[in-house]
Design a protein around this ligand. Structure first.
Ligand code: SF4
Length: 449
């Protein structure tokens, strides 16, 4: 639904190249994509999430790429073409949202590649929208700052919802109830985000109200907590880690095999990109420039907003606290990949694997696309990380759209995680749960015996 009655100063002007076009947001993480589309609607754009990937995605992506591109790019090509090839679609009326950045790997090439490919296929009228940190996210004219603030709040809120789901679903009493509540919560979050508020504080108040409602409903959901379940931290390449189609629903399979999953969220990547931006400014002698001032202000407000939203879940996320500062993660990575010498997701993944181990995880999985540079570098380093952290099992899972015996590999990995859990002297901090949900299998077995 396109939001009506948006105040002029807070919307993309009708002269803007995107006005009247359909803006498609990729489903890297389905919940975050929906939340971001809602924010785009709040500034007057007609935004929607790209439909879920399927066999046609793989077929189109495979047909129009050479096979040497990264798997996430192949999926993105397939998803875009699926929309453009739909009968009646006017390519000139469509825009695709594509995050970009300057990293050490092929990620920075996605946008130029996509533009060249679409032009070659006769779709040169399609807009590729690539907001980037380096350009100050200025793609929406005067509405840009509004978008940046709203998008950040949307990312943090969607991360919170995902965390609620993953902490609840393994313990649900009624199968499917956590997924259903998650979908309803996401609907509520998107309804809140797509409104154009008079001010940023007004939007924050509405968001906090929504999240409090959602929190109440999650707390009321019937669960049977079991501290014997191994906790598995999941790191890896951002797209493959979060996009359930690309990783064959690995998180759900881990849960089916008896695990609880702690998934690295999107906010952490934004913190890393921000930190990297400051580091580059320092290297270029621009630490006291106007650009640096803008970046400091943006970071200040991001911290403030994140705290205002996450602090509502202090009890719920007990034992699952994210690091207070990305530098904590970078410090954990330092002995293996010095963050000043290495760059990109591999640094965050190594640091977070150590963080998970210290927080009491029983195993760590790195999800990466086949041939991903970050995954390969991480795989070479994880044995040392494991040795330095009491032998915690760490394993890479690679995906490229072909079938593999995933269930066998998941089963073997979880056996390792279980025996690691049994051998450990310390255990993780457990969440603050209402008394009636603190049943354990052991307690249940005792009372029945
Ligand atoms: S992170 Fe991996 S999959 Fe993503 S662009 Fe870089 S090399 Fe490719």
């Amino acid at each position: 639904m396109l939001v009506e009655h948006v105040k002029d100063s807070r919307r993309v002007p009708s002269s803007h190249a995107l006005a009247g076009k359909k803006v498609w947001v990729p489903r890297m993480a389905a919940g975050t994509a929906r939340a971001l589309a809602a924010v785009l609607r709040s500034i007057g754009l007609n935004a929607e999430t790209i439909p879920e990937s399927d066999a046609e995605t793989l077929e189109l992506g495979g047909r129009h790429t050479s096979g040497e591109e990264c798997y996430p790019l192949r999926l993105t090509v397939g998803d875009f073409l699926k929309i453009l090839k739909k009968p009646g679609t006017d390519p000139n009326q469509n825009a695709f949202f594509m995050p970009t950045g300057q990293g050490p790997c092929r990620f920075g090439q996605y946008v130029p590649y996509m533009r060249a490919l679409l032009a070659r296929l006769g779709y040169s009228g399609v807009t590729i929208l690539a907001p980037a940190c380096e350009t100050g996210y200025s793609d929406f004219g005067e509405a840009s700052s509004l978008y940046v603030r709203g998008a950040w709040r949307a990312i943090v809120s969607a991360d919170i919802l995902s965390k609620l789901l993953l902490k609840t679903r393994p313990y649900e009493v009624i199968p499917g109830s956590a997924d259903q509540l998650y979908e309803e919560s996401l609907d509520e979050l998107c309804r809140t985000l797509e409104v154009s508020y008079k001010s940023n504080p007004e939007q924050m108040e509405a968001l906090q109200r929504s999240l409090q409602n959602i929190r109440t409903r999650f707390r009321a959901l019937s669960i049977q907590f079991d501290p014997q379940r191994p906790l598995i931290g999941v790191v890896g390449e951002i797209y493959c880690r979060l996009n359930t189609f690309s990783n064959n629903e690995l998180v759900r399979r881990l849960e089916e095999f008896g695990a609880e999953v702690w998934l690295n969220d999107i906010s952490e990547w934004i913190w890393y990109v921000n930190d990297d931006e400051f580091r580059k400014m320092q290297l270029q002698g621009k630490s006291f420039s106007l650009g640096a001032l803008g970046a400091h202000l943006r970071t200040h407000f991001q911290h403030k907003d994140e705290h205002a939203l996450i602090s509502l879940f202090k009890e719920d996320f007990r034992g699952h606290e994210e690091p207070g500062d990305i530098r904590e993660i970078l410090a954990f990575a330092e002995p293996y990949l010095p963050p000043l010498g290495a760059n990109g997701e591999m640094v965050v993944n190594i640091g977070k694997a150590v963080y998970f181990a210290r927080k009491g995880a029983d195993g760590v999985i790195d999800i990466s696309p086949f041939t991903c540079m970050n995954g390969i570098v991480g795989e070479a380093i994880y044995p040392r990380v494991s040795r330095d952290n009491s032998g915690i099992p760490i394993r890479n899972f690679y995906f490229d759209g072909t079938q593999s015996d995933l269930e066998r590999d998941v089963g073997i990995f979880l056996e390792l995680a279980r025996s690691y859990k049994r051998s450990r002297s310390s255990s993780r901090t457990l969440p603050d749960l209402p008394a009636e949900t603190r049943h354990t299998r052991a307690a249940a077995a005792q009372s029945s015996g």
